[in-house]
Write a protein that binds this ligand. Structure first.
Ligand code: Z5A
Length: 208
C-alpha cells in the first residue's frame, strides 16, 4: 500500500481557503484519488470541541500558552485518529490549516517562542509535515475586508497589527520551506484557481 499525500492550505482569514479547498478536492478526485478533506483546529469530535473553546469570545482572556497547548491538543488528537490512519491507508489528506498556522498565529501573532513550538510540534505530530503547502497571500486589509460583514470570533476580533505579524510569519515560512508555494490571493478567483491547477500539475508530475 502506497502511503497517501498530505496537502495543507494556509493564509490569514478571508483570504479564500474555504472557497478553494473544494476546488482542490475536485482536482484530486479527477485523478481518481481518494481524498479526505479536514480542518484545524478540529477534524475529530473531541478536536472540534477544543475548536469551540478556542474561537469563543469570553470575559476571561486566554493566555497565549493556554491557546498554544489547546491547539496542539486538538492537533495530536487529529493526527492520531484521522490524518495518520488515512495516510497509512493510502488516502490523501487535504487539510485547512496545520502547524504552519501555529507558527504564524501563536509564534508570529502572539509571540510564543519558536523553540517551544518546535518541541510541542514534535510531541503532537512526530515527523508528520505536509508534502505540499499552498499559502494564499493577500494584504491584511484585503483579506479582512472580505469578511467584514461576518460575525467575528475570538481570532477575527484581533487588530490589524496582529494579522500583519501573522502574515509576516507565513511569509517567513514560505521563504524557508520548499514544500510551501505562495499564491497571490488578491487576484480574481479564476486566476487563483488557474494557479492552483498549475501547482497541482507540478505536484503530480514527479509522482508519475
Ligand atoms: N488557528 C491558530 O491560531 N493556530 C493554528 O494552529 C490553527 C488555527 C490551525 C480558525 O481558522 C482560527 O484558528 C483561525 C486561526 C486559528 N483564525 N481565525 N479566525 P479557520 O481556518 O477555520 O477560520 P478562518 O481563517 O477565519 O476562515 P475564513 O474566515 O472562512 O477564511 P477563508 O476560508 O480563508 O476565506 P473564504 O471564506 O474562503 O473567503 C472569504 C470571502 O472572500 C468569501 O466571501 C469568498 O467568496 C471571497 N473570496 C475568496 N476568494 C476570493 C477572490 N480571489 N477574490 C474575491 N473574493 C474572494
Amino acid at each position: 500500500m502506497t502511503r497517501g499525500r498530505f496537502i495543507t492550505l494556509e493564509g490569514v482569514e478571508g483570504v479564500g481557503k474555504t472557497t478553494n479547498i473544494e476546488f482542490i478536492r475536485e482536482l484530486i478526485e479527477q485523478k481518481e484519488i481518494d481524498v479526505l478533506v479536514t480542518r484545524e483546529p478540529g477534524g475529530t469530535p473531541l478536536a472540534e470541541d477544543i475548536r469551540e473553546v478556542l474561537l469563543q469570545i469570553r470575559d476571561e482572556s486566554m493566555d497565549p500558552i493556554t491557546e498554544t497547548l489547546l491547539i496542539f491538543a486538538a492537533r495530536s488528537q487529529h493526527v492520531a485518529n484521522v490524518i495518520e490512519p488515512a495516510l497509512s491507508d493510502g488516502r490523501w489528506v487535504l487539510c485547512d490549516r496545520y502547524t504552519d498556522a501555529t507558527y504564524a498565529y501563536q509564534g508570529g501573532g502572539r509571540g510564543v517562542p519558536l523553540d517551544a513550538l518546535e518541541r510541542l510540534a514534535e510531541l503532537a505530530q512526530g515527523s508528520l509535515w505536509p508534502d505540499l503547502t499552498i499559502y494564499l497571500d493577500a494584504p491584511v486589509s484585503t483579506a479582512l475586508g472580505r469578511i467584514a460583514d461576518r460575525q467575528h470570533d475570538r481570532f477575527e476580533s484581533e487588530n490589524h497589527e496582529f494579522f500583519a505579524r501573522v502574515r509576516a510569519g507565513y511569509l517567513a515560512i514560505v521563504e524557508r520551506e520548499q514544500r510551501a508555494v505562495l499564491i497571490d490571493a488578491t487576484q480574481s478567483l479564476e486566476e487563483v484557481q488557474s494557479r492552483l491547477v498549475e501547482i497541482m500539475n507540478n505536484f503530480w508530475d514527479p509522482l508519475g
